[in-house]
Write a new protein. Structure first.
Lengths: 429, 343
């Protein structure tokens, strides 16, 4: 049960009554009795909360930061229900307004819509639906809660999708599908076609032109149907928060953004994308990933405070990828790589091409530029030391034939996609 | 059924434990109160058997045919001896009115004294207490018509004032002539009103609550009830607080900052200088188109106005620097780098 403001008001009116008309214990008891009687009457006549039934409908997934709505239908088998309803969600589900006034006629039903704007990636679970059913006098209310399960999956925001159109444009250039002054830069012979003005004269196939009545050019296309295996590190280092243009995000989220852009681009380029999230064990695995499946798989992933198991991930990649593929490992360049991953590289590099993409921390770069007082200079030294370690690792990895993309969180998706395109153009997949 | 609110059965199951504990505590409190009964009593209480109590003298008085009436609110004192244990707790006007009506009055240590003396056995030195002989007196000294025991016991009219209460206590009653003196003072008439004033008797001045009309006192009670009702209204939450598991998020630069603090605390200026020099060399060599690890001093000297020697000192000097030197070194390295970029 619950009291309302009217009960308090009634008790305050009782003060005047006792003070002016009946200044005695009897007066107080009389006021109390009246108050109690009103409460009892209200509780008896208020609609029951226990027998209400609820049905949910609406959005089950939404991009983080975007608005969606979930409907809640209340079926009232008893008396007319008046009062307040609260649909409680965890704070990060970002419910715009979680309480609404309700008025459901006897035997009827009403549907309420709640707007959600999740502020954090992952599964956002509805907590309880609480109904406060106020009696006809408006003095007391029955209150009860129901569990009406519903989950809204907040998908990765994929901010880097704005980079996709220019990248696809470049891909088409590579493809030779677009008439351009630049010679088609693919490496696989595609077909012969009639020369049109604007084609590079160097691509004229003289031998074929001799056999035909027209001038014929060779077209090239980039290699296709290659396999790209994206491995996302969800271990300890992925939990570190880095500052980006859209506020601080864990390294994991920045890496996801890059992975999504790369897989969108690769599937447009007709390469096959396999996705693997790994910490000390396989956290998620999507073979032949398409973008919708991939975002669903990424949504619930969180960084874990465990050490990244390099041996395990190499074994897993070798087991899965049958043919030669580009293995993109999204991790952080930490000194631990030297002991963990580096000794295993020969086994991996013999069969696959490895590309390591690392999210670097803008805060470290800012610290490295610090000057003026002693504290800033020591901070600069510490940051330079970290950056030197990363340069050393990059050089070490490059010596093993590993490409390294080390970029700030906002630049990483674009940098990784560019590197992929240049590898593709060079036919190194 | 999706309802999760507790029904009556579950409420009872959850509440019976605390209710049982409450009942046990209440029961124990009642039993203890009943067992200890009225055997209580403070100092100079004629019911009290404690050393500082006065049961002995009251019993002696009863044996001598004096009716002892203990009261904390005197009404009739006519023809009786009035014994006031704490006269200062009573309004002076009321006290003088009472002593006028009483046949005899004994005041114990009122605050009208003219001096203080040690408590010890004194000789009476006056006809008033000559029968009693020596007694334990002292405390306050008073002015009066008849003075005994070095003015610690004085009588003015029917009012007797005594400076110290030892003679009435169970502990000291059997010393010297204490009992005789106590009986002589309190047994003057066959009825004794033993007045133990309480704090409420202190003054008859009107307090704040006396100034409020009676009706509004009840209204104040009702106001309290209204406050409770309003508190209940505001306190009831619409559903529980929703818990949320938050992911582990650490600032990525924390380890770097920790290392910076370690450098600072251990004054590792030499180490920090070496790191800064190495970083400057690593940035300069690709800028000049030199292979990694090569000495850029000669090339820098050719491009700028600096001499190769001074550049080499700046970039490679192994002489340790102090904290102040480190700040200067960082600025010098920056200046050199800027020169190379411009030149």
């Amino acid at each position: 049960m619950a009291l309302t403001g009217r009960a308090g008001l009634l008790a305050l009116i009782g003060v005047l009554f006792v003070g002016l008309l009946l200044p005695s214990w009897q007066g107080i008891l009389l006021v109390l009795a009246v108050l109690l009687a009103c409460v009892v009457v209200d509780l008896a006549l208020a609609a029951g909360v226990r027998r209400l039934t609820f049905v949910r409908a609406g959005a089950s997934s939404v991009r983080t930061g975007e608005l969606c709505s979930v409907q809640l239908t209340v079926q009232n088998p008893g008396r007319r229900l008046r009062g307040v309803l609260r649909d409680a969600w965890a704070p990060s589900a970002g419910v715009v307004a979680d309480r609404v006034p309700v008025d459901v006629p006897a035997g009827g039903s009403r549907t309420f819509s709640f707007d959600l704007r999740p502020v954090r990636r992952g599964d956002r679970i509805a907590d309880r639906v609480t109904v406060r059913s106020i009696g006809p006098l408006g003095i007391a209310a029955r209150q009860g809660s129901h569990v009406v399960p519903w989950t809204v999956r907040a998908l990765p925001p994929f901010h880097s999708r704005r980079h996709l159109p220019p990248l696809l444009e470049r891909l088409r250039e590579l493809d030779g599908r677009r008439a351009s002054l630049i010679r088609g830069a693919g490496t696989e012979f595609d077909s012969l076609r009639a020369y049109v003005i604007g084609d590079d004269v160097r691509s004229i196939d003289w031998r074929a032109s001799a056999r035909s009545s027209d001038v014929v050019v060779r077209t090239w296309r980039p290699e296709r149907d290659r396999q790209v295996t994206i491995v996302l590190d969800t271990a300890r280092t992925a939990a570190g928060r880095v500052e980006g243009a859209l506020g601080g995000v864990p390294r994991l989220d920045a890496a996801m953004d890059a992975a999504l852009l790369l897989s969108a681009l690769a599937s447009q380029a007709r390469d096959q994308v396999d996705f693997l999230a790994f910490s000390h064990k396989v956290r998620a695995s999507v073979p032949r990933a398409t973008l919708p499946v991939l975002v669903q798989a990424m949504a619930p992933l969180e960084a874990e405070l465990v050490e990244f198991d390099a041996r395990g991930v190499v074994a897993e990649v070798l087991r899965r990828a049958g043919r030669r593929s580009l293995v993109v490992l999204l991790t952080s360049l930490e000194p631990s790589i030297e002991h963990g991953l580096l000794p295993l590289l020969p086994a991996l590099a013999s069969r696959h091409r490895l590309l390591i993409a690392s999210v670097s921390d803008p805060a470290v770069h800012a610290m490295a530029a610090g000057r003026g007082d002693l504290e800033s200079v020591y901070a600069a030294a510490a940051a330079e030391r970290t950056l030197a370690e990363r340069r050393h690792l990059t050089a070490l990895l490059a010596r093993h034939g590993v490409d390294v993309v080390d970029a700030l969180p906002d630049d990483l998706p674009r940098a990784l996609a560019d590197r992929y395109l240049s590898l593709k153009a060079a036919g190194k997949l | 059924m999706t309802a999760v609110s507790p029904d009556a059965g579950r409420i009872w199951t959850a509440a019976r434990g605390p209710v049982l504990i409450g009942v046990i505590i209440l029961f124990a409190a009642v039993v203890i109160t009943l067992l200890r009964g009225g055997g209580e009593g403070g100092s100079l209480d004629p019911r009290s058997y404690r050393p500082e109590g006065s049961h002995a003298v009251a019993a002696l008085l009863e044996q001598n045919g004096v009716r002892v009436e203990l009261t904390d609110n005197v009404s009739s004192v006519e023809g009786a001896t009035l014994f006031v244990t704490h006269p200062d707790l009573i309004d002076p006007e009321r006290l003088s009115e009472l002593s006028r009506r009483a046949a005899a009055t004994v005041l114990l240590a009122p605050a009208t004294e003219v001096g203080k003396v040690e408590v010890e056995t004194r000789q009476p030195g006056c006809p008033l207490a000559s029968k009693a002989g020596p007694a334990t007196t002292g405390g306050f000294v008073y002015e009066g018509e008849q003075r005994c025991y070095d003015s610690t016991l004085v009588r003015t009219g029917t009012v007797t004032t005594i400076g110290f209460g030892a003679i009435f206590t169970n502990r000291d009653l059997d010393e010297e002539g204490n009992a005789a003196l106590a009986l002589a003072l309190l047994g003057q008439h066959d009825r004794l009103v033993w007045y133990l004033p309480s704090a409420a008797d202190r003054s008859q001045q009107k307090s704040f609550t006396d100034l409020i009309p009676d009706g509004w006192k009840f209204a104040a009670w009702q106001l309290g009830i209204a406050a409770v009702v309003i508190a209940l209204w505001r306190a009831r939450r619409l559903g529980r607080v929703v818990p949320e598991r938050l992911p582990v998020v650490v600032r990525a630069a924390e380890t770097v900052e920790g290392r910076a603090r370690l450098y600072r605390r251990s004054h590792a200026s030499a180490h920090a200088a070496a790191v800064l020099r190495q970083a400057a060399r690593d940035r300069l060599t690709p800028l000049l188109g030199l292979p990694h690890g090569e000495d850029p001093s000669e090339e820098i000297a050719r491009r700028t106005s600096r001499s190769a020697g001074s550049v080499r000192t700046l970039l490679y000097d192994e002489v340790p620097v102090d904290d102040r030197g480190l700040v200067a070194l960082a600025d010098e390295l920056d200046a050199l780098e800027n020169e190379v970029r411009k030149g």
